[in-house]
Design a protein around this ligand. Structure first.
Ligand code: BGC
Length: 751
């Protein structure tokens, strides 16, 4: 990180904060005298190799029959060379491994078991991007709570989640795992997820340590290509990418994971600025840092270490406490300490952080706390969890288009044709990273539709084509099936493995020949509803012209089939709102609502303004977009004052009326624009939102409050705070269609 570009004032602010936070860190690290004594005693007894063992995480091989531990690793556990295991599941199996650690190893230090509990454990919830579209923090927290209850009942005590990477490039497959493009919302979701996983007391057997990942700016991968370089300004880093990580620290997250990418020239796994200065010294984080998989080894191809030995040194000195899977610490660290290259106090610091996590989990008190087969039987796929997964899936769906109010469909339509490659699929409903989820568990959309319609209704089916293959051989049957029906439901989108890690796409339209299928079905000229399954925004401009309605179902999880049926047939009125923009074409990427205005904002009459000559600047569907089966009318935007001072509160109110015939929920969004700052500011920034439930014809006054803190940003000198000036306020049901107002912030103090 280039410090020379940073002003003296920023450095002064930073240093003061560092002293305050460092003190609170030291005090905070050992809050419990009994813990302090136990851990210090242990450290006194540990050999250097045993210490490095605590800094080593290995995976248990996952065979089709279940987890299997390599004999070498068993030996590592016995000899204290490995203190953490991941991908080991079930109460019985983790107990077996834990027994080796606490009964056969010299110091009997318990193992910590990690796993990718990303969106549910056995009961799979919608993918995180989908859950974000619910804008429902209590529900998101509950989703993670349930995941933790199930995972902890199977011996897991640490999840590699939440992923809090802000992402503005839908080519990047991992947008599926995050909360979308907005930092304000990203912070709220990050906190909700940490609270959900960790609960209020980590020593309770149903809570697990969360891990904020991937630190940092992984979502900024150039070209949306996974693992690619990230080069962002210090301002964008602090303003856009880092806040959700800071939010995790504020929520008490127990661990952090480094990112694979290099950040402005320094790979995150060797980035002392990120891992020590910002994370510990500035934010006061007192948990431990793990690598993302073999990211220490990857410092060699990154080109900042000549070999793995040097890579290990750079990482440990930068602040990485635990090496996941790479084996570098195990191989080289002891020699480096003996040669005086790595100080012993750095090793002790890392080991302490890891042992404290184990203590907080209650593993020293009872190492088998998380290995309870009865609890596992009771909790895994518990009916209450499945019921919640259904709720969450419905809350996450976004109605993108609904011409002529074709949706919801009546349940007594005589003949319905369900067509498309995702109709009968079950595993695809789960989405990427459904690690422990069983792909056979979901009921398909086709079967769920058959279950929900009235008796006697005929549900016809034709696959039409495969998700990715190029064959048109199924088209004829699909067209004939469509001709027979009164209404057509097209189930189209991506395979579950097409988003997530290592699943970047350069073309994000419907894959394979699905657009051809859509076109073929459109020739039948019947009312058509498209239900989309995907882990990222798709460039579905063509689709919008060929069908009447589009329901974005994302990858909705174990209960996704039923959730789709309930939404399509009107048992549930959709209320999800996009947290990531849908581009019209790949050429618009990156596209996000909070862009800068530029010096030549778009003017259709002037060629020399910032625009494309072939498409509009606006996205196909903007951030915050989402329809309902009813309509909401906004009126009467009122600001309590035209001017506010530094300590004042501005009250903003608006009337929202349900003008339709069905009860519904609206997410009322508040955006602000700083008209002129010491640096350019986004054209809109989300500053708040409220969810309102409205009966037909009902009107509610929705109120927001803003104060000068809400208007703070990294000013010209990188100090954080508001600036006096004029602001615009926007309130509406999405980021584009809003009522607008104005106010001025007056500041007494000079800036
Ligand atoms: C991913 C992480 C994940 C880890 C362990 C890595 O490849 O980037 O997000 O937690 O594997 O499975």
């Amino acid at each position: 990180m280039n410090w020379s570009s940073t002003s003296m004032r920023f450095k002064r602010c930073f240093c003061t904060l560092m002293v305050v936070f460092s003190l609170s860190c030291v005090i905070g690290l050992f809050a419990d005298p009994k813990m302090e004594k136990t851990i210090n005693d242990l450290l006194g007894k540990m050999t250097l190799e045993e210490k490095i063992g605590q800094m080593t995480l290995y995976t248990s091989g996952w065979a089709t029959t279940g987890a299997k531990m390599d004999d070498n690793y068993m030996d590592y556990i016995k000899t204290g060379k490995c203190g953490a295991i991941f991908n080991a599941l079930t109460a019985e199996y983790t107990k077996k491994l834990q027994k080796v650690a606490v009964e056969s190893s010299r110091l009997k230090i318990p193992l910590i078991f990690g796993y990718d509990v990303i969106h549910g454990h056995r009961t799979i919830m919608p993918i995180p991007l989908a859950e974000a579209c619910s804008w429902d923090m209590a529900a998101i927290e509950k989703s993670c709570r349930i995941a933790a209850i199930e995972a902890s009942a199977e011996g897991i005590n640490w999840t590699f989640a939440p992923m809090v990477d802000i992402a503005r490039d839908p080519r990047w497959g991992r947008v599926a795992e995050g909360s979308g493009e907005d930092t304000y919302l990203g912070c709220l979701i990050a906190k909700a997820r940490v609270k959900g996983f960790q609960g209020d007391d980590l020593s309770k057997p149903d809570t697990i340590i969360a891990c904020a990942k991937h630190y940092a700016a992984y979502g900024g991968a150039q070209g949306g290509r996974d693992y690619n370089s990230v080069d962002v300004s210090e301002r964008t880093l602090f303003e856009t990418y880092l806040p959700p990580f800071k939010a995790c620290v504020e929520a008490g997250v127990g661990s952090f994971m480094t990112a694979f990418n290099d950040l402005s020239g320094v790979p995150c796994t060797a980035n002392k600025f990120l891992l020590t200065k910002v994370l510990h010294d500035l934010w006061g984080f007192n948990g431990f840092v793990v690598t993302d998989y073999t990211s220490i080894n990857e410092l060699v191809p990154h080109g900042i270490a000549a070999n793995e030995e040097e890579a290990g040194k750079l990482s440990v000195l930068a602040g990485v406490d635990m090496d996941m899977e790479g084996g570098v610490y195990m191989k080289y660290l002891a020699k480096q300490v003996k040669d005086g290259i790595v100080p012993m106090n750095r090793i002790d610091e890392a080991v302490k952080r890891i042992l404290i996590a184990k203590w907080k989990l209650g593993l020293f008190e009872d190492p088998y706390r998380y290995c309870d087969e009865n609890r596992q039987r009771e909790m895994v796929l518990n009916p209450k969890h499945l019921a919640f997964s259904l709720e969450m899936a419905k809350k996450s769906m976004v109605l993108l288009q609904n011409e002529k109010n074709i949706l919801p469909l009546r349940k007594d339509i005589k003949k319905i044709a369900v067509i498309g490659p995702l109709a009968s699929s079950t595993e695809d409903l789960l989405g990427s990273w459904h690690a422990a989820g069983d792909g056979k568990k979901p009921v398909s959309v086709l079967d769920s539709i058959k279950e929900i319609v009235n008796p006697g209704v005929e549900v016809l089916y034709a696959q039409g084509c495969d998700i990715t293959e190029s064959s048109h051989s199924g088209f004829q049957k699909a067209i004939e099936t469509a001709k027979e029906a009164d209404v057509i439901i097209l189930t189209i989108g991506e395979r579950e493995s097409m988003s997530g890690e290592a699943s970047s796409r350069s073309d994000i339209d419907l894959p394979g020949v699905q657009n051809d299928l859509v076109e073929a079905i459109a020739t039948v000229k019947k009312p058509t509803v498209a239900v989309l399954f995907n882990g990222r925004p798709l460039t579905i401009t063509k689709l919008t012209k060929k069908v009447d309605a589009i329901l974005e179902a994302w990858f909705p999880g174990t209960m996704g089939g039923k959730a789709v049926a309930e939404v399509v047939f009107g048992d549930y009125n959709p209320s999800g709102k996009l947290t990531i923009s849908f581009p019209r074409s790949v050429g618009q990427i990156p596209i996000y609502y909070n862009m800068k205005n530029t010096g030549r904002p778009i003017d259709p009459k002037n060629k020399y303004t910032s625009k494309y000559i072939d498409i509009p600047n606006t996205p196909l569907y903007p951030f915050g977009w989402g329809l309902s089966y009813t309509t909401f009318k906004y009126s009467g935007l009122t600001l309590s004052s035209k001017t506010i001072g530094e300590k004042d509160v501005l009250k903003i109110s608006v009337d929202v009326k349900n003008e339709g015939k069905m009860g519904g929920e609206e997410t009322v969004q508040l955006y602000v624009r700083n008209i002129a700052g010491s640096v350019t500011r986004p054209v809109k920034e989300l500053k708040g939102y409220k969810k309102v439930q409205l009966n037909p014809s009902e009107t509610k006054k929705v109120e927001f409050e803003l104060n000068s803190n809400d208007l703070a940003f990294y000013r010209f000198d990188m100090s954080w705070g508001p600036e006096a000036g004029n602001f615009e306020v926007f309130v509406g049901g999405n980021s584009q269609e809003t009522l607008n107002g104005k106010f001025e912030l007056k500041m007494a103090s000079a800036q």
